[in-house]
Write a protein that binds this ligand. Sequence first.
Ligand SMILES: [Fe+2]
Length: 205
Amino acid sequence: MELNDPILKVLYAYTKALSVALGYRDQLTRLHSERVRDLSAAIGICSGLSESQLEALKIAASFHDIGKIGIPDHILLKPSAFTAEEWGQMKKHSEIGAEIIAATEIDGAHQASVVIRHHHEHFDGSGYPDGLDRENIPICARIISIADSYDAMTVTRTYHSAKPHPEVIEIMRKETGIKHDPALMDIFYEVIESGEFSPIKGRSA
Ligand SMILES: [Fe+2]
């Protein structure tokens, strides 16, 4: 991944070590994060983000789920549906992730930390942890939410099978304006239709 800012390269290297640690517990999250980073960056470029926003987007997307390092194995690796209490604990990963990135105290870490905190907010305000809505959600977090949803549904995980691309697009269309930003969804469709990010048939990760 290309990062131009030398300080952010240090932040990336620090956090990469944690990502490797998480990978030993949950390889699926690590691979998912790498795909979300690439799709998020493509959407970010087409959205006309500034250079510094793009850099923060790449860092935040790479490590958006790093907070899962703080989730117990019996929840993180559970192959079936969560109980309400387990789901409550799982939702903490965005706040834990934000805290981990902020703890590096490297320049740029604050911006990436805020994006990670808000990557599960919904456009209509129904997400977590803060129930932010519309433009109150950082644009980089709105982009990661789209890339995260797409990748989660097109890839086989321990708790669900991959859905076909048209079905995923239909689900995301229905969620537009509720979960996802309509303007960013238009850009997402352009990126996806370019073919670069089409799901590989039958892949699992
Ligand atoms: Fe997440």
